[in-house]
Every structure is written in C-alpha cells, then in structure tokens.
Design a protein around this ligand. Structure first.
Ligand code: P1T
Length: 419
C-alpha cells in the first residue's frame, strides 16, 4: 500500500463484535477472565487496550515496521502519555552511567530531560554534538556509546542529519548502539528512519500525527522484535501509557495525515520563498529552499519538506516582539503541527530550558521566529505575516487597531514557567 492508503487502513480491522469501522473508545480499566489467567488477551488497560492497539498498529505500519502479530501484538508500535514520556521509556532501556550522543539542536524539553533529569537520576553521560556533520558525529561516538538521539529536521534550526550515514557510522563503532530518530517534524509521510537503518522512531504525537492541537501524546516504533519486547515490558512496567481517548484522537488525526502534510508542505514552500525575498528578513531556514545548506540531502532523504519554517527578522528583540504581537491568523503559542498556523519565539518560549550559551552557539537568537504553517489559505497567511512586518517597521504593534478575532483579551505573564 502507498502512504496515502496506509494512513487510512494500515493495521486496522473492523471491531470484531459490532463491525465498527473506527475502533470504539474502550474505557474499561479491566477485562473479565473465565478462570484465573484465562482471558481474551486483554487483562488490564495499562498493559492492553484495544483503542490504543489500533493506533499503535497504525503508526508501526506507517513508520515501516514489518513485524508480524506473532513478533509483537502491535507490530512494534507503542503509545505514551506525551512525547517526553516516550523519551522517558527509551532512557529506561539504558543502564545507569551509559554514554549518550544527542544532536545539539533538539526540542528544549528533550535537552532538559537529558541534562536535568537523566544525568542526575541515571548518571547518563550525554554529549551534545552537531550530528548534521557526520564527521563530527563519528569523532564523538565511541564503542561505549549506548544511545544516539537525533531529530531531523531539528527543532528549531531545521538542520538535517544524514540518517543513513549516521546509522552506518554508529553501527560500525558499536553494533549494539540504540539509534533513535525523533521524526516529529518530518512525519512518516516525508521520511521513514527505520528504512534508513535506525532502530527506533520517536514522535510527539501532539504535533502532526494528532494534527488538531487537541491532544498530548507520544509514540515509539521499532522494527526489531527483541527491542519491541523490551519496549513493551518498559511501557507496562513504567506505565506512562496513552489513554484510550487520546489514542482515538491521534488515530483519527492520522487518517488525514497525507492530505494535511501535502498542504502544509505546499504552503510552507510558498511562504519560505516569499520570506526569502522580503527586505525585513535576514535569513530563512527551510529544507525545501535551495539556500538551505543541506538542500541536496533534503531532496534525497525526504519526500516532502514539511510545514516548519524558521527565519531571522531584521532588527532586535523589539522588532521580533512587535512582529509576534501583531499577527492575527498565526497564533502566538508553543507547539506545532496543527491545522491552524502557530508562531513562536524559541529563545523565550520552546527553547528557554536550553542553557543560554548553548542557545547562542546554535543560533537561537532574539530575532529568530518559528512558524508552524497550517492549512489555511496561503494568501491569507502571507497577508497576516505582512501585518507583522508592518508592525516591526512602525514601532507599534497592531493590536489596538485590529484585535485578534476570538483571541485572548489580554496577555498576562504565565504563572510558573516550565524551565
Ligand atoms: O510535548 P510532548 O508531546 O511531550 O513532546 C515533546 C517534543 C518532542 N520532540 C519534538 C521534536 C518536539 O517538538 C516536542 C514538543 N515540542 C514543542 C512543544 C514545541 O513547540 O516545539
């Protein structure tokens, strides 16, 4: 099956009692047994849930796992309460004191879990390395490296990793190393890391998989039977599973993943071109632009370039702030991958938990703006961004002249930021 058929049918079967085409939301926490230990395969909902299974089987097949049901009941797909809970499960596969190589440009919360949780609680020794440069990666990786964690494209600088080259180099140094790719930005529509030699794919399902900004979740997929058994054990033993309702929402979202990603990519390409020719933009980063330093790799490794764009607005923090406060269709908010367009300031928002010196080295500056291009009409989106540029020029924001439709009445400082 091709991908746009797979997103509808892969791993799915009608519900056996009623024939329901979409799996019901099975909320039961437990299942009746005929005799102690004699049951239908479902014992307790942390361990087994039919709605979660339907999602897990779907994402396993989308990411290219070829495991059969006898290898693993959900073909190597696993649902978690959030993207970071899925990462937590990966860390539990390691042993205290293990060595980790992590791409330096990753989501702020991924950096935070490694540096501020796992280094302390598990003694993991994490090296942050620019894995977009395979030679640098090879120098950092040792025969003792137990885990390699990359994102491609990365959050927020949209750097790419040559996944095939990284996998080959890593396995040559340590055949037992665990290779994980966070595929949240690309989605399986645009890139399938397992087919390129990675062991595990990770997603924040909160983003493109869910697709409607109404659910928080995470998934892991592996095509390796032994690894699937270990992840299954830890998913149940640690227990941060995705709820039946959330599983249903993500599965429902995935049904339109193919059409959504096509539209996200088309509109982001148009907007990236437009931004690149704008006099108030210093630099645009989008893997689909010929100016992206890894554009040839993007064309080779990806089937589409996705809906995420970052750019540097000319000026300083004041210009960036006025821009962000003045757009109306782009909602100023963390997260990404929904049908609605979002805009954010990584240095203050999503990547505030990255140490300031590391942010500087990565280029996450005060003028960096990140767009998650939604599926609205692209001309309306471009008109909206024009308002931002006008406000950045005019030294006032546009809020008084045109209030955000249905938007928050006023902005308060958030209580207790999550650094
Ligand atoms: O938020 P959660 O579902 O726990 O997923 C964390 C996560 C993991 N990986 C990537 C690439 C991510 O982008 C995220 C979450 N990111 C944001 C909230 C954001 O706005 O970048």
């Amino acid at each position: 099956m091709r991908m746009s058929t797979r997103v509808i049918h892969a791993g799915q079967r009608p519900e056996p009692v009623t024939g329901a085409v979409m799996p019901p939301i099975f909320t039961s926490s437990t299942y009746a047994q005929r005799s102690p230990g004699e049951h239908t395969g479902f014992e307790y909902s942390r361990s087994h849930n039919p709605t979660r299974y339907a999602l897990e089987r779907m994402i396993a097949r989308l990411e290219g796992s070829t495991l059969s049901e006898s290898d693993d009941v959900t073909f190597g797909g696993f649902g978690f309460a959030s993207g970071l809970a899925a990462m937590d499960c990966v860390c539990e596969l390691l042993t205290a004191g293990d060595e980790v190589v992590c791409f330096d440009d990753v989501y702020g919360g991924t950096n935070r879990q490694f540096q501020r949780v796992r280094a302390r609680s598990q003694g993991l020794r994490v090296k942050f390395v620019d894995c977009s440069d395979v030679a640098k990666f090879e120098r950092a990786m040792t025969p003792k490296t137990a885990l390699v964690w990359v994102e491609s494209p990365s959050n927020p600088m949209l750097k790419l990793c040559d996944l095939r080259a990284i996998a080959r180099a890593a396995k040559a140094k340590n055949p037992g190393v665990l290779l994980v790719c966070d595929n949240t930005f690309a989605t399986p529509m645009n890139q399938r890391p397992i087919e390129l030699g990675f062991d595990v794919v990770h997603h924040s399902a909160t983003k493109y998989l869910g697709g409607h900004s109404d659910v928080v979740g995470g998934v892991l997929v592996t095509g390796n039977r032994e690894l699937a058994q270990r992840i299954r054990f830890h998913q149940n033993a640690v227990g941060a599973v995705m709820s039946p309702f959330d599983s249903y929402l993500v599965l429902r979202g995935i049904k339109t993943l193919a059409v959504r990603m096509e539209r996200h990519g088309e509109s982001a390409g148009r907007i990236a071109d437009w931004l690149e020719s704008h006099s108030q933009v210093d630099r645009v980063i989008y893997p689909g632009l010929a100016s992206h330093p890894q554009h040839p790799l993007a064309k080779r490794q990806m089937e589409g370039f996705g809906g995420m764009i970052t750019f540097f607005v000319k000026g300083g923090l004041d210009e960036a702030r006025r821009f962000l406060e003045s757009v109306h269709l782009f909602t100023l908010a963390e997260s990404l991958g929904g049908v609605e367009s979002l805009i954010e300031h990584p240095a203050i928002m999503t990547h505030a938990s990255v140490p300031p010196e590391m942010r500087r080295e990565l280029g996450i500056s005060d003028t960096l703006i990140r767009l998650s291009v939604g599926i609205e009409d692209v001309e309306d989106l471009i008109a909206d961004l024009s308002l931002g540029f006008a406000a950045a020029r005019s030294r006032s924001n546009g809020r008084t002249s045109r209030p955000r439709e249905g938007g928050p009445a006023g902005r308060k400082a958030a209580p207790g930021r999550r650094r």
